[in-house]
Write a protein that binds this ligand. Structure first.
Ligand code: MSP
Length: 643
């Protein structure tokens, strides 16, 4: 199957920021995913360089429009490789072949009678570069730019968009996947309930010269959206190039909700007028906000890709953005959240799994893949989970549910870390009689790691390449041929590399107590390195110690608490079931906690945290920035008293 994924082409009136990076990282991830899924892929991004906004930005910068667009377009082009983004084509609307394609298309649509000349008065928003309807205004302002539109009356050329309204409604209704997620499809359908106006597609040169001249009237230039949308065709050499024949049927556009209307309404009707099939799908994502507001230069909360990379490296940024946002919904960005994810998911969960596993193979198997031997239930359980993960991951990635796909991978990472603890290879290594068992355990771990590596390629390409090299995995990655169990060849070499993800310090450190953080404010003199259940300074008598009811608690459920980065809601058997809210979300994934036996303070007064009543406290040791739960290994039953 062919797959042609595109990002919006970005206006060059601003420098690349987190929002642009997000769309482009998704497109790159999709492109890499479709490649490892065996499809023929083309990925295009680029810059949108004509129109009022750009001409004004150039004037403000004291440059000619051409000098200005060359400079900013280069900034976009250069922003992507450091984020490991590798487009097949970077298009600019000032490219001569694009100008020619736009003029050819205008001529065709004009010849068909779908363009006419007329007088128009309307409310024009410069920020949007389009006329707004009265209905769209909020308190007289453009809802996106919060500025009043200008009242403009002029003669212009119009595209008969209204002619295709019924066809478009029918197409969207017959193709439920055409616009995704569904909320945006519904939004478009509800907009189409009102009669569609024709689209003004020209600007008189008396007002704007920075645009593509209309081929049939040189007193006008082309409206920037009619020019820009055509980039998706120019980039694959419409109408005669082999790439057009190969890729147009697989065209999937990726945008944020701000430009839904041009993509869901203008563009399909333009294509229809040209006699072309519409694109295959439109994927619409939400906004990244910073401190609950949209990023904007005037507020001064713009996040630059280079700053993110400096903070934690490109792969970690990619992981964070895809893990944190539910595709289609808005998300809030914070450096703290970025660093938490880096430390918890990457340095702790993934990084530790890789380094522990590879080091054990180095130490116990002379750095060679051991034989698989005879698998026991616990080995089979991990192997089956890893195979299931590949299938579920694939389904979620195909549906653009990147956060869920990553969750599937991390479930198995959590399981593999628990598998190490349960099987304790270092204990097995003490007795040569356990050789075969030790080999099986380490082989199972290595194979699990290989499958994890395979699925990580699209989101974290550099990390996956390093992991693949350490494991001696076959390259290039391919889900069909390599998504099976048992492909690592015994006796081949394993080469542990450098630490994958060094732990990072938070910019604004916040304490992360494990127990009831709201009520159990640290008592005077509490020190770092302490058990998190607070002890008064100095010595205490045994009687006083006896007042604290410490018990073994088995975690049977763990879940995130909405709106809290720090808290997890745990269901603990000790032996009766109780709920404990613990400030450990930065350090543990809910799924890896289930089954753990921890030590709890069982006789604390209940307290409410983020609306959840917590009946106790979990003990944990703080080591610098890290927090480790005090767990009980061995056969102590849930509820056993800790003395
Ligand atoms: N030039 C037009 C697109 C023409 S496509 C034929 C344009 N350019 S833009 O520079 O304003 O880019 C808008 C796009 O940038 C959004 O649709 C989205 O992909 C990305 N984002 C910009 N800000 C964003 C956020 N705050 N959050 C997420 N994505 C955002 O519109």
């Amino acid at each position: 199957m062919s797959f042609y994924i595109t990002t919006p082409i970005f206006y060059v009136n601003a420098q690349p920021h987190l929002g642009h990076a997000y769309s482009t990282i998704i497109a790159d991830t999709v492109s890499r995913f479709q490649k490892i899924a065996g499809n023929e892929v083309r990925f295009q991004t680029g810059t949108d360089e004509h129109g009022d906004k750009i001409a004004e930005a150039a004037a403000r910068a004291n440059e000619t429009p051409k000098e200005y667009v060359d400079r900013i377009s280069l900034m976009f082009r250069e922003a992507w490789p450091p984020l490991h983004i590798e487009p097949d084509n970077f298009i600019r609307t000032t490219d001569p072949n694009h100008i020619k394609t736009v003029q050819d298309i205008l001529r065709q649509v004009h010849d068909r009678g779908d363009i006419y000349f007329s007088e128009y008065s309307g409310l024009y928003c410069k920020g949007c570069d389009r006329f707004l309807t009265e209905k769209e205004l909020v308190d007289g302002n453009c809802p996106d730019h919060l500025t009043p539109p200008e009242s403009i009356s002029e003669q212009n050329y119009f595209f008969r968009m209204s002619k295709y309204q019924e066809w478009l409604i029918g197409h969207i209704e017959q193709n439920p996947d055409f616009i995704q997620p569904e909320r945006y499809r519904n939004e478009v359908l509800s907009f189409l309930k009102e009669p569609l106006e024709d689209l003004c597609i020209s600007r008189p040169t008396s007002r704007l010269t920075w645009g593509i001249p209309l081929p049939f009237d040189d007193k006008f230039v082309t409206y920037v959206w009619f020019d820009a949308l055509i980039n998706y065709l120019t980039g694959i050499d419409y109408p005669d190039g082999p790439d057009f024949a190969r890729y147009w049927q697989g065209a999937e556009h990726l945008i944020a909700k701000d430009i839904l209307k041009p993509h869901a309404i203008y563009w399909p009707t333009m294509l229809k007028s040209l006699g072309l099939e519409p694109y295959r799908k439109l994927h619409v994502h939400g906004y990244w906000n910073v401190n609950e507001t949209k990023m904007s230069k005037s507020i001064g909360n713009v996040i630059r890709p280079a700053d993110l990379i400096n903070e934690c490296g490109a792969d970690s940024v990619r992981y964070f953005l895809l893990r944190e946002m539910s595709f289609g919904l808005d998300s809030s960005f914070s450096y703290d959240a970025l660093i938490n994810r880096h430390n918890a998911d990457l340095a702790n969960d993934l990084g530790n799994l890789v380094s522990r596993s590879l080091t054990m193979v180095k130490n116990f198997c002379a750095g060679k893949v051991p034989d698989q031997g005879t698998m026991q239930d616990s080995d089979r359980e991990l192997a089956e989970a890893a195979i299931t993960m590949v299938a579920e991951y694939r389904e979620q990635m195909e549906a653009f549910a990147f956060n869920r796909a990553l969750r599937e991978i991390w479930k198995v990472i959590g399981m593999a870390n628990r598998y190490i603890v349960t099987n304790a290879p270092w204990e097995l290594a003490k007795d040569p009689a356990n050789r075969e068992r030790l080999d099986t355990v380490l082989y199972t771990l290595l194979e699990t790691l290989r499958l994890i590596t395979l699925t990580l390629h699209p989101v974290m390409p550099a990390t996956a390449i390093r992991m693949g090299a350490a494991l001696g995995a076959v390259s290039p990655p391919n889900l069909d041929s390599q998504g099976r169990w048992g492909l690592l060849v015994p006796a081949s070499s394993i080469t542990p590399g450098e630490t994958l993800f060094p732990r990072l310090k938070k910019k604004t450190p916040t304490p992360a107590p494990a127990g009831n953080p709201a009520t159990d404010s640290p008592k005077k003199g509490a020190k770092a390195g302490r058990l998190e259940a607070e002890m008064p300074e100095g010595l205490i008598g045994f009687e006083r110690f006896k007042e604290i009811d410490l018990r073994v608690g088995e975690i049977t459920r763990a879940e995130a608490i909405k709106k809290s980065d720090r808290l997890l809601k745990l269901t603990v058997n000790a032996p009766e079931e109780r709920t404990i809210v613990a400030g450990i979300a930065e350090f543990y994934q809910p799924e890896e906690l289930v089954g753990k036996k921890v030590i709890i303070v069982a006789n604390l007064k209940p307290t409410k945290l983020m609306g959840v009543t917590s009946q106790g406290m979990v003990l944990a040791a703080r080591d610098g920035d890290n927090l480790v739960l005090t767990t009980v290994t061995g056969a102590a039953a849930a509820g056993s008293k800790v003395a």
